[in-house]
Design a binder for this molecule. Structure first.
Ligand code: AMP
Length: 481
């Protein structure tokens, strides 16, 4: 099913997870002087945007391979830090630490699903932190269960952990991870503790980002470069698609384990998900967003007095649109940073209430103005409807919406949280109807070609949520509730 690039039928429109992984491994077999817990918690805090539902850290690589120290908490990394579990971690002698932040779906946000996941084998403790989504995990789970495996969570990550733990009985840590990644299909950026080593792996399409850095006595693995910056680590390189990297007291080495295939990094990482100060596969996220604003102006110019972005992820593209159009950029909306995530609220009423609380229009900036309002994406349309009504209520004479991404009309099977297909407004309405429904004077989206050009034009990206064409086959058809 490699690189089929075939359209997928309306299938498992299940919400999926987005997550962040961060890990360190001591460069020598002896435990380093810098506290690995501080380093990992710092990294996780910088990856907080990738997951706010739960967080966790494990310590391993002790002289006793069976020993593992675990601290997990529901909520933000700050809750983990304050939980007391972290203080109780006995870090003396630990040479590997793995951390994870989890952005769960509408269900299962409890601490029982928090990662890293841990298993015990006769070769010692194994732990795994996973970002991504496996598309054949259900089938693998059934096969493993038939063989006697018992699972504690519903998570696809536990399937991966189980596969690694089984192989580890007879094989090296590298071989065990290699066996597992050859068995699974889907997206993964992994940090694994096995046999006292830190192993990082990225799926063969490179759908989720993963990079390697160095901080004094440690090798570092992180979902994004912004977390390396946050702890003062030096960026070494991205993990290549299909590559497995092993770090231990002897050094760090990578090897390509998967057959070569096309890179298909998730375009939504650049559009919305990653932090703008991160660089993924050599492409700065901020620059990509600004260029998408330039491109958006080229594709859908409009006469207006003010260009403005929806905070936070619409702002770089708005700066780009302003630069390209010569229309001045300014603020029009103030965001309340303390309102929880409106996006995953379980029902539409709740989402609307939260969105209503989230932004206020700046009357003195918008009164009498023709406004170009830029956002990164429209998914259900809840945010846009609310914002247009607020801007008009504050006296804007025209509101022209420009979206720095194509219409999201298909679900993501590879780790971005998209709603059921029937809830995606771009799947239901054409652009004119959508403009009417959100109350805009005009509405335009970036084209898929324009997006790819803004990203770089040279390498491949997954644009499945816009086109329905995915890097590999998606799960079995039929909505899963
Ligand atoms: P909606 O209100 O449903 O149209 O959602 C669109 C808004 O949610 C945009 O302003 C995006 O910044 C944000 N967004 C898009 N995708 C996601 C996602 N997977 N998780 C959380 N927020 C998102």
């Amino acid at each position: 099913m490699n690189s089929l690039l075939a359209p997928v039928e309306a299938a498992d429109d299940k919400l999926h997870e987005e997550c962040g992984v961060f890990a360190v491994c001591a460069k020598k077999d002896s435990a380093p002087s810098v506290d690995p817990v501080h380093v990992v918690l710092g990294g996780l805090t910088a990856l907080q945007h990738r997951g706010q539902e739960s967080s966790g850290i494990i310590l391993g690589g002790f002289e006793d391979p069976a020993r593992i120290e675990v601290a997990k908490s529901a909520g933000l990394v700050a809750s983990l830090i304050d939980s007391g579990d972290v203080l109780r971690l006995d870090r003396e002698g630990a040479t590997v630490a793995l951390g994870h932040v989890r952005y769960s779906t509408t269900g299962g946000s409890g601490v029982e699903n928090a990662q890293p996941l841990v298993a015990h084998t006769k070769k010692g403790a194994v732990a795994l932190a996973h970002n991504g989504n496996l598309v054949n995990s259900q089938l693998l789970r059934e096969l493993l269960e038939e063989g006697g495996s018992v699972f504690r969570t519903q998570s696809d990550s536990e399937v991966m952990l189980n596969l690694i733990a089984r192989s580890l009985a007879k094989k090296s840590a590298l071989e065990a991870v290699r066996d597992a990644v050859r068995t699974v299909q889907g997206s993964y950026a992994l940090a694994v503790l096995a046999d006292g080593k830190l192993i990082a792996a990225r799926d063969k399409n490179g759908i989720r980002p993963l990079c390697v850095g160095e901080l004094g006595e440690y090798w570092v693995v992180s979902s994004e470069t912004c977390a390396l910056d946050a702890i003062g680590a030096k960026f070494l390189r991205d993990v290549e698609p299909g590559e497995i990297i092993v770090a231990d007291g002897e050094g760090i080495a990578g090897s390509n384990q998967e057959e070569k295939t096309e890179t298909r990094t998730c375009s939504f990482e650049y559009i919305y998900f990653a932090r703008p100060d991160s660089v993924i596969d050599g492409i700065g996220v901020y620059g990509a967003r600004v260029r998408s604003g330039h491109q958006l102006f080229k594709e859908a110019p409009v006469k207006a007095d003010l260009v403005t972005g929806v905070p936070d992820s619409g702002i770089p593209a708005a700066a780009g649109f302003s630069e390209a159009s010569g229309i001045p950029y300014g603020m029009s909306l103030v965001k309340n940073r303390y309102v929880g995530r409106s996006f995953i609220a379980p029902n539409q009423d709740d989402r609307e209430r939260r969105v209503a609380l989230k932004h206020n229009a700046l009357k003195e900036a918008v009164k009498g103005m023709r406004i170009v309002l830029i956002d990164d994406s429209i998914v259900r349309g809840t945010t846009m409807r609310s914002l247009v009504s607020k801007l008009k209520g504050a006296g804007a004479t025209e509101v022209h919406i420009r979206i720095a991404a194509p219409p999201v009309a298909f679900p993501c099977y590879f780790g971005i949280d998209t709603p059921y297909r029937e809830d995606l407004v771009s799947n239901k309405y054409d652009i004119e109807e959508l403009a009417r429904r959100v109350g805009a004077d005009s509405l335009a989206f970036l084209s898929v070609e324009g997006l790819v050009q803004a990203l770089s034009g040279t390498m491949g990206f997954c644009t499945g949520c816009f086109t329905g064409v995915y890097p590999m086959g998606a799960p079995k058809p039929g909505r899963e509730d």
